[in-house]
Design a protein around this ligand. Structure first.
Ligand SMILES: Cc1cc2nc3c(=O)[nH]c(=O)nc-3n(C[C@H](O)[C@H](O)[C@H](O)COP(=O)(O)OP(=O)(O)OC[C@H]3O[C@@H](n4cnc5c(N)ncnc54)[C@H](O)[C@@H]3O)c2cc1C
Length: 424
């Protein structure tokens, strides 16, 4: 008798082949079509290269970054306050790759027809590999229009925001070639209604735009708290005002920015979201005093755009997984993709996915042509409406895609990042 004859209990059949290492751009005809049509044809080789990264090393890094959540240390082993969030190296790899490929800077650093569309197309690919890093990437990208409202601060910070260099070290901005930016608006008593913010700003010397203040208060949500600076809101005598608050003071000491704890979230695991307190934190006023909401809306509008791109991206990855599964899985002796009812479902999913992508990239085109009045009005309206619609549709669409895969679609062992992120 062969001793090994019982070692193999069965042959694995009727399972789809792995998608690992697939270039996500080359299998995405709608992305190829819409990115070209909206002006990013010149960037095709860059987007294609990012598609290979997203379907390969970044996808792998995405799993690692979500399996190994960030860890917060309030103090070091000797009792000094450090307020440090440590991330898995895979998270840093995701951030570095994205920043080096211009995902935080391309249309601002090299404005041209199709630049927003090209950057959105690469972001769409990145988010399919990993969505959590999209939070600081987006906020860094989105901070630029708001910062430009305060030219003296913009002059100091923009060269480092737009540099394609990632430096996660816990040191002041003077020591870094590249920096990342976050956003802290939400307080316990009001998120939608930021006018309810109670954080107070006290002038250090002279008051007004560009001047230094000390901020006292709290923020109930501050994602990516290892960013180098944050756009935040605080009350002055003239009302709610926008400020830029760095994590380190110009003399390299830590700013009075204290992380209370990390949020325990349902998804978005790779990215840290925190609660913070400002205890006399040094910050500089951005834009007109008392006009904090219109100032920070310049940033919020750009984050809404990326919410459209990000949710469209999750829908696309869900569709990719579902259609791949159905093209290889037989039920009742016939491939699922040949079964009329499944064809109906897959066609609906494909339509919804492509519609979300087309609207997102159409929005990118509008951002590339803001000097055209019609495009500016389109952008003003569609950042809000498009974000609402696509983000609302994404969970239902992804759930349907997961069902197409049967039990693997509902299991954490499934390789669908969108579905696993949603279930956690
Ligand atoms: C993962 C994650 C990360 C986040 N990161 C950040 C961050 O980095 N920085 C930051 O500042 N914030 C952050 N937030 C907070 C987020 O911006 C707020 O949660 C959001 O603004 C909503 O505020 P709220 O939670 O206080 O809800 P509320 O304002 O209490 O609203 C509750 C619900 O009521 C709805 N609603 C509000 N007004 C109306 C109305 N007039 N009619 C009908 N419905 C209404 C809202 O849409 C919402 O569904 C984060 C949130 C999450 C989930």
């Amino acid at each position: 008798m062969n001793l090994h004859q019982f070692a193999e209990t069965h042959e694995v059949t009727n399972q789809p082949p792995s998608l690992d290492g697939t270039n996500l751009y080359r299998i995405d005809l709608p992305l190829q079509e819409w990115s070209r049509r909206f002006g990013a044809g010149w960037a095709e080789s860059r987007i294609d290269a990012y598609g290979a990264l997203a379907g390969g090393p970044l996808m792998e890094a995405g799993f690692l970054a979500n399996q190994n959540k960030p860890v917060f240390a309030s103090h070091d082993r000797y009792g000094h306050r450090i307020d440090l969030v440590e991330f898995h190296p895979a998270y840093h790899e995701l951030m570095r790759t994205a920043i080096e490929h211009g995902l935080t800077s391309l249309p601002w650093a090299h404005p041209q027809d199709g630049a927003h569309v090209a950057r959105a197309s690469m972001t769409y690919l990145h988010s399919q590999a990993e969505a959590g890093s999209g939070c600081p990437l987006t906020m860094t990208f989105a901070s630029v229009p708001a910062l430009r409202l305060q030219p003296d601060l913009a002059e100091q910070w923009l060269p480092k925001i737009l540099a394609t260099e990632y430096d996660p070290r816990n040191v002041g901005m003077a020591h870094k070639a590249g920096v990342t930016i976050g956003m802290a608006m939400t307080e316990k008593q009001g998120g939608t209604d930021v006018r309810a913010n109670t954080t107070k700003a006290y002038p250090v010397g002279a008051s007004g735009p560009g001047q230094a203040y000390e901020l006292v208060g709290h923020k109930w949500f501050c994602s990516a708290p290892m960013c180098d600076a944050f756009l935040t809101l605080a009350q002055t005598d003239k009302g709610l005002t926008c400020f830029l608050l760095p994590r380190h003071r110009p003399d390299d000491t830590r700013n009075q920015f204290y992380i209370q704890r990390l949020k325990n979230k349902l998804g978005n695991q790779s990215n840290a979201s925190s609660e913070v307190e400002f205890r006399g934190a040094l910050a500089w006023m951005i834009g007109e005093e008392g006009r904090g909401v219109p100032t920070i809306i310049e940033m919020v509008a750009m984050t809404r755009f990326d919410c459209m791109v990000g949710s469209s991206s999750l829908m696309r990855q869900a569709l990719t997984q579902a259609s791949h599964h159905c093209a290889h899985r037989k039920v009742g002796g016939k491939l699922l993709s040949e079964q009329p009812l499944m064809q109906n479902v897959l066609a609906d999913l494909a339509l919804e996915s492509e519609a979300a992508l087309a609207l997102s990239l159409r929005m990118g085109k509008a951002l590339d042509h803001l000097n055209d009045r019609h495009e500016a009005q389109f952008a003003r309206l569609v950042t809000a409406v498009g974000k609402y619609w696509i983000c609302k549709r994404a969970p239902g669409m992804i759930n349907e895609a997961a069902e197409c895969m049967g039990a693997p679609g509902m299991s954490k062992t499934a390789s669908c990042r969108a579905c696993t992120a949603k279930r956690r």
